[in-house]
Design a protein around this ligand. Structure first.
Ligand code: ZN
Ligand code: ZN
Ligand code: ZN
Length: 152
């Protein structure tokens, strides 16, 4: 047994929590806008360039200095949690936007859901809709309670 604590490491550049990412790391956040640094718009904006302009090495260095002056964002692990059950870093899955929008209410569409929860939500909503429709229909057409009906 060792007393050393094992810290999570950046999945892209391998630095440990609290350390600055290696240059060009995929997961480093921009200290200005908070999005992925390697593809954020600040490079060109801060240098006063057209947004499609390709940066020269000098310009990259200048932006790099601005980053240092502002303070780069070190690696800290913020796990994704399923919004519904709290599962840590659930596997991503693919679903069409139409389907996502059909089952996930507007204010939760940016949330992370694990696949079992998403499947459960779909199921609950589908069943809920059918149940509601059925009870309305039964209520309209028959006055007898449905409990005595035999199932075939
Ligand atoms: Zn990194
Ligand atoms: Zn940025
Ligand atoms: Zn879940």
């Amino acid at each position: 047994m060792t007393t050393q604590t094992i810290l999570p490491t950046c999945r892209d550049c391998g630095v440990r929590e609290g350390e600055l990412h290696e240059p060009g790391c995929d997961t480093e956040r921009c200290p200005f806008c908070g999005t992925q640094l390697i593809c954020c718009p600040c490079w060109n904006e801060k240098l006063g360039l057209d947004k499609d302009a390709v940066l020269s090495d000098d310009q990259e260095d200048r932006f790099s200095e601005m980053l240092d002056a502002k303070g780069r964002v070190p690696y800290i692990r913020y796990p994704c949690l399923c919004r519904r059950c709290g599962a840590v870093n659930p596997k991503f899955f693919k679903v069409t936007y139409e389907e996502w929008a059909k089952y996930v209410q507007i204010d939760e569409r940016e949330s992370v859901l694990c696949l079992p929860c998403y499947a459960a939500i779909k199921n609950l909503i589908d069943l809920g809709v059918v149940r509601k429709r059925k009870s309305q229909r039964d209520g309209d057409e028959e006055s007898a309670p449905p409990s005595k009906k035999s199932k075939e």
